[in-house]
Write a protein that binds this ligand. Structure first.
Ligand code: GLA
Length: 382
């Protein structure tokens, strides 16, 4: 969990922005909610390396050097992340780490960096990306500092099959997000099938969150409303994605801040067991499940998390039978369901759950298994 500069600021990053962002992440409760990493993305360096082949922070943006900024971020109790690429240049054409992996890892370690986002532009076509991620991982493992490795090859080259070998801690499973509903829908759909590659110590990254951007900034193409941001956040949480904020946290709307700091939803994302969620067909009559998705996840300790996402443009009334969860009547069990956005226990349910969801809205439920005998029930058998 953290914040990354790209979605809103792109090239407009500097010492002042990073220090103000660090201050705000502490003051508005983001750090306390778990957003720990402050990551600067592309366009932080000069266009040339120094005479020793080292990357240099752009002195116009970072007049006191990178270590100064990193130290400041650390002084606030946050961790610091930086960006490079496995190719000869970054996506924005700045020097990248191909052939310089070990020296760059060394530089990052000397600056006190805690996280590296490693992108995939301008890599020689003949070299398998897999080897380049192996190489940078080895460079990080041997640089003398704990640096979280965030691989970002946009889901190419069947990355899900080999990324864990490299030691990466998170890996981008999708292309770039844009701040609009279509993009959120597309990325959620792209994730179907990839959820099973998630695991403790190495999570899928469905790209940075756009919650609270409202169409402003680098990827702010159109914007979303708060209901859509809540569904976006819930889906990323439910599918175990990294939760990296991308809005200007210095000026968040109260609603956006409320969404991203909902502790019950964050707990579903950060669940210690890190199990893969699975997809139910919620509406057997629907011929387009991308429009209405019901995801279920077994949580550490035996509860179930259920996320229901109405991705369609019309109101839907999804239901599912508990037999689809493995809880047929012979189990003798019922569910006590809590709605995590309402912050309210809905009661004890038996046999099935049904609800009505407005377009683009969702439900995030936490369900506790209890003996079925002894009502009263909110929903009863058909
Ligand atoms: C790629 C990545 C983005 C961002 C940009 C920076 O597009 O996927 O997340 O890092 O490069 O240039």
């Amino acid at each position: 969990m953290g914040w990354n500069s790209w979605n809103t600021f792109a090239q407009n990053i500097d010492e002042k922005l990073i220090m103000e962002t660090a201050d705000k992440m502490v003051d508005n409760g983001l750090l306390a909610a778990g957003y720990e990493y402050l990551v600067i993305d592309d366009i932080w360096s000069l266009r040339a390396r120094d005479e020793n082949g080292r990357l240099v922070a752009n002195p116009e943006k970072f007049p006191h050097g990178m270590k100064y900024v990193v130290d400041y971020v650390h002084s606030k109790g946050l961790k610091f992340g930086i960006y490079s690429c496995d190719g000869v240049m970054t996506c924005a054409s700045y020097p990248a780490s191909y052939g310089r992996e070990f020296i760059d890892a060394q530089t990052f370690a000397e600056w006190g960096v805690d996280y590296l986002k490693y992108d995939n532009c301008y890599k020689p076509r003949t070299v398998p990306g897999r080897l380049l991620y192996h190489k940078m991982s080895l460079a990080l493992e041997n640089c003398g500092r704990d640096i979280l490795f965030s691989a970002c090859n946009w889901g190419e080259e069947n990355v899900e099959e080999w990324i864990k070998e490299t030691g990466a801690h998170l890996w981008r499973s999708t292309y770039d997000i844009h701040d609009n509903w279509e993009s959120i829908k597309k990325l959620l759909w792209q994730q179907v099938g990839l959820q099973k590659y998630n695991g403790v110590g190495c999570c899928n990254d469905m790209d940075m969150l756009v919650v609270g951007m409202y169409g402003k900034g680098n990827v702010g193409f159109g914007g979303c409303n708060d209901v859509e941001y809540r569904t976006h956040f819930s889906a990323w949480a439910m599918l175990n994605s990294a939760l990296i904020l991308g809005c200007d946290v210095r000026n968040m709307s109260p609603e956006a801040l409320k969404i991203v700091t909902n502790r019950d939803v964050i707990a579903i994302n950060q669940d210690a067991a890190g199990r893969q969620p699975y997809l139910l067909c919620a509406d057997p009559d629907s011929d387009d499940n991308s429009q209405l998705q019901v995801w279920v996840k077994h949580l550490d300790g035996g509860d179930l998390a259920i996320g229901i996402f109405n991705m369609s443009d019309y109101t839907q009334s999804p239901w599912f039978g508990f037999d689809e969860l493995g809880l047929d009547p012979s189990s003798g069990m019922a569910l006590v369901i809590t709605d995590l956005w309402e912050g309210k226990e809905l009661g004890k349910f038996i046999d099935y759950y049904r609800t009505t969801i407005e377009p683009h809205d969702c439900r995030m439920l936490r369900c506790k298994l209890v003996p079925a005998d002894g009502g009263p029930y909110v929903c009863c058998a058909f």
